[in-house]
Design a binder for this molecule. Structure first.
Ligand SMILES: CC(C)(COP(=O)(O)OP(=O)(O)OC[C@H]1O[C@@H](n2cnc3c(N)ncnc32)[C@H](O)[C@@H]1OP(=O)(O)O)[C@@H](O)C(=O)NCCC(=O)NCCS
Length: 215
């Protein structure tokens, strides 16, 4: 995972394991009171890892709540992102000035079946996909999906907007190590044509995607 984010961002990915949701502050426990056990475990793992990292950044312990559209309202001066998938939980966190958001996404590397492409991919995405050999396309499409989710998370703190999958199109580099996400709609401070850049890394049978936004 080294080099996935630049040196300003701390990244920690670890097994979800069997975290104890009752170790969370009551305000956080209330957020998952009605959740199924799997959701309680992944939520607790994310919050416990984020809390540990807050301590490393010298930030006082505090409940990590859920804001509008599901994003965590991070303490002032801090940007972070949580992702959980399969056995893994990850948190990326930074206090670097100038970074307006970070986006972390962990996904199974399993190719994205063609029947889902129309949900995720725009005309420009499809055009980009055509430039790949046919047999690579489902795998590249899955990268495009992760890229969109990570870019969405990274832009969210600055725009405060929920963006549909049609809001950006993705161009993946030939080595499958990085991508550009181009805005197809205005999402102030970004305008149509603005670009966020991101990186991919492989973690066993998962792909980890990282985006930093500076606005
Ligand atoms: C929010 C979303 C990106 C989460 O992705 P996911 O693969 O389902 O789940 P992950 O485990 O990777 O991420 C979940 C975490 O993302 C964070 N999150 C949720 N909404 C968020 C938002 N609006 N902004 C930033 N982070 C957000 C939360 O911390 C959440 O974990 P928690 O509920 O335990 O706190 C996804 O559910 C979604 O709504 N996608 C549609 C929007 C989108 O991707 N648009 C693409 C624009 S081109």
């Amino acid at each position: 995972m080294e080099g996935l984010f630049d040196a300003r961002v701390r990244l920690c990915i670890e097994p979800i394991g069997d975290p104890d949701p009752t170790a969370l502050p009551p305000e956080e426990q209330a957020l998952i009171a009605k959740a199924v056990p799997k959701r309680r475990r992944e939520f607790a793992a994310g919050r416990l890892l984020a809390r540990r990292m807050l301590g490393e950044f010298g930030v006082p312990d505090q409940p990590l709540l859920r804001g509008e559209h599901g994003a965590v309202p991070w303490p002032d001066g801090l940007q972070a992102s949580i992702s959980h998938c399969g056995p893994w939980v990850g948190v990326a966190m930074t206090d670097a000035p100038g970074i307006s958001g970070v986006g972390l996404d962990i996904e199974f590397a399993k190719p994205l079946e063609e029947k889902y492409w129309h949900v995720i991919l725009t005309e420009e995405d499809m055009c980009h996909l055509q430039s790949w050999p046919q047999q690579s396309r489902p795998r590249v499409a899955k990268r495009m999906f992760g890229a969109k989710e990570a870019a969405y998370k990274a832009q969210y703190p600055a725009s405060g907007l929920f963006l549909p999958f049609s809001a950006m199109w993705i161009s993946v580099n030939p080595g499958l190590t990085g991508f550009e996400a181009t805005f197809r709609q205005h999402a102030a401070p970004w305008k149509i044509g603005d670009v966020l850049r991101g990186q991919f890394a492989t973690l066993g049978d998962h792909v980890v995607t990282a985006v930093v936004s500076e606005s």
